[in-house]
Structures are given as C-alpha cells and as structure tokens.
Design a protein around this ligand. Sequence first.
Ligand SMILES: Cc1ncc(C[n+]2csc(CCOP(=O)(O)OP(=O)(O)O)c2C)c(N)n1
Ligand SMILES: [Mg+2]
Length: 585
Amino acid sequence: MKSDSAIPDYHAVARGGASKAVRYGSANFPRTMPLGKFLFEYLYRRGVRHSFGIPGDFALPTFSSLEKSKIHSITMTHEPSAGFAADAYARVNGIGLVCVTYCVGGLNVLNAIAGAYAEKSPVVVVSGAPGRKDREKDPLLHHKVKTFETQRRVYDEVTVASAVLLDEQRAASEIVRCVEACLRHKRPVYIEVPHDMADRLIPIIGIDPALPNKSDPHTLEAAVRETLALIRAARRPVILAGVELARHRTAGLVLRMAERMHIPIAADLLSKSAIPEHHPLYLGVYGGAMSSDEHVRHYVENADLVLMLGTFITDMSMGFYTAKLDRKRTVLATTERINIRYHRYDLVLLGDFLDKLAQAKITPKTFRHPNPHCVPTPLAAIERKQRLTMKNVFRLLSLHLDERSCLIADVGDSIFGAVGVRSARQAQFIAPAYYMSMGFAVPASIGIGMASRKLRPYVLVGDGAFQITGVEISTAVRLGLNPIIIVLNNDGYGTMRKIRAGGFNTITQWNYPKVCELIGGGDGATVFTNSELDDALTRARKGTEVCVIEAMVDRGDTSSQLSRIAEEVAKRRGWKRRESAKAKQ
Ligand SMILES: Cc1ncc(C[n+]2csc(CCOP(=O)(O)OP(=O)(O)O)c2C)c(N)n1
Ligand SMILES: [Mg+2]
C-alpha cells in the first residue's frame, strides 16, 4: 500500500495510547521512603496520572500520601463507578488506579474489578485496612467481615497478584511485584495498606523488575513457518483481530502484516476499533448472527483460513454460538498459546509471533472489499420528522462520530446496536462487551475524559443502566468534563423483555434531563424524532458541557443485532417469547 500524506495515519490509531518512557529501579529512588510515598511515586513512574475512589478512616493515611503525590485523586459518588472509571482509564492509558477503604469500599468495587479481570484491563486496587497493631488480638473491628484476610482472599479470585503490606522490609518489592504483574498480564492486582503502615519508612531494596519473558526460538520459528505455509496456500484468508492486540499495543504489527499480504481484517465486539474502522482492508465486526452486517459474516465464514490474533473466544463475541468457524481452518494466537488447527505451540510470545509474521515476505493476496461503502447515509428530508427508532439512533451516531470521539456503550441494546455503528472517520469504542456489567458507561466516560482530554466521550446507555450509575455525571460536571450522554429510553429492561417478558422488567420512569438540575450542571433535552436527535447531537458537539439527551424509542423496538441474538438465546434455552402477549408488563 502506497504511503501518501492524504491517507490517514492508520498506524497511529492502531498503536493506541502513547507508551510512556519511564525510569525505574532502586537506583532512581532514595534508600528509604515512607511506604505511601513510594507506592504512589512508583505508580506514577509506571504511567498512573489519576486515581478514582472514595476514602474511609482506614484509608485516610493512604489518601493523604496520594494527595501529596503527583497523581490526581478523584473522589467519585460510589465505588463501583470508581472501578468502571479506572477500568476505562486503563484501557486508554495502559494502567489505572482505584483507591478505596477496607471491605465496605473494597468489596463494593469488586464487581468492576472482576470485569477488568475478565476483559483484561490493567487496574491497580489500593485498599486501606486495619493497622498491623489492630490485628494483634483479632478484635471485631468495624468493616471486618470474617477475618482480617477476607478481603484479600476474595480479591485473589479477580487479580493476578495481591499483597498485604505488613512488613517494612518486603513492602517495596511487594509493590513492584504487583504493579509489574498488572502491566505484564494486563489484569488487576490488589495492594492492601494497613493504616499504620502508610507513613512508615521502608527500605527501597530489591525493586528491579524481572526481565521480560522470551519465546523459545525453535518453537517460535516452527509456529511461524507453519502459519506462513497456511497463509501461502490460502486463497481467501481473513484476520480476526482480537482485544489482546489493543491491550498489548500490537495492533500496528497486525496492520502491517495485513497490508503487506493484502489480507482483510474483521474485529469482534470486544476488539471493535482496535483496528481503524476506516482502513480499506477493514470489513466490520464479526460475531456470527451478531455481525455488523451480512457481508462480514459471509466473508469470514467462507474464508479458507481464519487468523484469530489476540482473540478471546466468548459466547458474546461469537454471537451466542452462532459463529461458524471450523478449527481445521483457523490459527488462534493469544498471549497464552498458539493453536494451529488441531495442535498447539507453547512458549511463544504473541508479540514475537506477530513481529515475525509482519516481517515475512508473502505475495500479496487478491482481495475485493465485499461492502466498500458501508457508512450510513444521511437522513432524507422525509425522514427528519419521523419518530426515532433504535436503528436510526445508531445510524445518526455513525454520522456524528469522528476521530476525536470515543463511543462508550453500556449493557443492553446500547452495546448490541453499537456493533453496527460505523463512522467514516475513526472513532474509538469501549464497552464491557464480555463481562457485560450494567452501569459501566457513564463512569467510564470520566475515566476516558481524564485519560485523554482530546477524546470526546459519547455514552450510549439504556434507561435501566443509567439508573445504576447515571448520577456519576455530577463528577463529570465537577471536573469540567463534557461527555455526551444518550439515554435510550425504551421504558425498562428491553433486552430482558426480548428474551423473557415479565413484571421484573419494569422500572420507574425518571425525568432524565432533569438530572442536570439536580446536579447543578450540564444541559438536558428529550428527543422524539430523527431530526431532534440529529440537532441535539450537533448542539452537544459544538458545546463544551455535559449533555444528557433522553432518546425516546418505542418499547419493543430494538437493533437488528439484538433481535437476532434474543431470538437465538430464547431458542437455545427453550423459552417461548411471550413478549406480545405480555407487552404491558
Ligand atoms: C449489573 C447487572 N445487573 C443485571 C444485568 C442483567 N441485564 C442485562 S441487560 C439488562 C437490562 C438493561 O436495561 P436497559 O439499561 O434499559 O437497556 P435495554 O436493554 O433496555 O436496552 C439487565 C437487567 C447485568 N448485565 N448487569
Ligand atoms: Mg431500557
């Protein structure tokens, strides 16, 4: 592919966030430091600039150290929101931080950290805790659940490393071990700071991080040779670019490989936007019945070789098992292993494997894009006054997003419909697309806003999910952030209703735009027609404050992706849809 200054810099997008050069190692620190000071100085050097959380008595000394550090501490309204904000921040920034108090705070944020674990987002959880002295006679202290170890043991299930800093001699090396594990595995870690330890002087010793792992050269060579032979023999190969490419910042390598070999690329729900969506080789989102369109589904399922690079195979991203991918024509390369057809190679690092593939010489394939003009068309005059539909919400958004936008989708039709959002100019996309925890999107917009002031967050959130964490916009107002929040009001739990109708899908109707009055900031509006949404989005984009746009859609109206998936889930679970009969519930 020719380089031309008029061609957008796809590689800059695929590289993701800037990698920060940091200097660390014992040599760069004084010989002793207060524990809290070292903790936040080390996190700062490893890229953390913001922390999200809520203090508590056991955490006050830790919060004082945080406040004195170069890290900006942001107090949120609720710990789950702090977790979602830190998760989204980590996805853009490369590492995130949550600071909370013992159990009431730590266990409150647990669900968000579980989501970060499931979707590989590198978040460090720092929790205050009862002091070393407090623990001596095992008293019943407030916030304690079962034993003083309870919170740490719970966290062991959702982290790749944990430490309780009760020993001055080992504190520095424990901090380094946890933070490095977070960065290496791109998964959360847990660091507990007893309140009487935060100000203690600790020796700064033994903190040189371990050397990075290396691939076994012979295994690497064999895996690459076999993959290249398959690529040479294939007439219609396709790349399924997975989320690990975004997390490990290796999408650029895959893009280079695709361009040299002329192989088209599809993403999945979790990795959407890891590969620039306006690239000429990009097909769309693949996910069986949930694919962004029939062209991409057809192309991937009829390919004679599917290179799944950094892909998580989940029920969600594979469209509830509607994906048709045959192992005998797939290569699945992840940070855990390389699977080629029916066998696997261990001891090969994904980055090394992709690097070798990107350098290989292969005669470019012939490829004709099946759907080159897939960007939605603007509203026709006749459509402007028509009532808003889910389909048109996603269509209008596609027309408004640009390279400075980050679309954040919450769980529900927001996420399913967003599969089909396709902007002519590359917008970023973030969603809890595997763990699927409601309430992610509004707080995530605060994380994104702090991670990059250049990105304007567009939040798509259902009325149900908004009721979980929507008031967090008060933090956005306080920080001077400007997310555009579209509340999709379909009168309750639309996704659930599609699968099984029942009174349990009913929620209280709020007057959503009025939330701005309650909070004392932001601009609220309700829209009923296509043109009203179009105009509200234009106004919001020109403005500089938080906007809450309540988009009224008919109950029962859904995106085509959700209709197909709901049908599939109900069928598999043997449920009959009684939606029309119980439409009033
Ligand atoms: C924290 C959490 N609780 C419950 C669920 C189950 N759930 C999935 S979608 C959904 C309804 C979402 O309603 P809404 O936000 O209004 O979006 P809609 O489905 O109407 O588009 C529920 C309850 C979940 N995924 N996460
Ligand atoms: Mg709803």
